[in-house]
Structure formats: C-alpha cells, structure tokens
Write a protein that binds this ligand. Sequence first.
Ligand SMILES: [Cu+2]
Length: 69
Amino acid sequence: MEHITLTVKGMSCGHCVKAVEGSVGALNGVESIEVHLDAGKVEVEFNPEVVSLETIKETIDDQGYEVVS
Ligand SMILES: [Cu+2]
C-alpha cells in the first residue's frame, strides 16, 4: 500500500470535497482518500499494483481540479 499527499488547486467547498472523494474513492485499488480543503491537500492510500498514481491524478483532473504536485 502506498500513501501519498497531493497538492490540488481549485477545491473551494464541500461539493468539491465530495466530487474528489467520491470519484477517487470509487477507483479500484484506492484504499482511502481524505481531502484537506483548507490546505488544498488530498491524501490517498492506494495499491500501486491495482491503480496507478497517474490514474488518480487524471481522475481528480477530470473533476475540474488541478493536481499541482
Ligand atoms: Cu466546491
């Protein structure tokens, strides 16, 4: 299991939190996701053998937010 913290731009309210948590949380291989709205951080625990970091980033991107790092 891998644990990463991403910096994500554009999240501003509870709806954004739900959009990111819901979409990433629905991915196969994602064990847990937590959005820290004030800090603009997204913490993800995932199994890299099942889902790639690239897929996680793209999923956040597809929701309309920008993964900065
Ligand atoms: Cu929002």
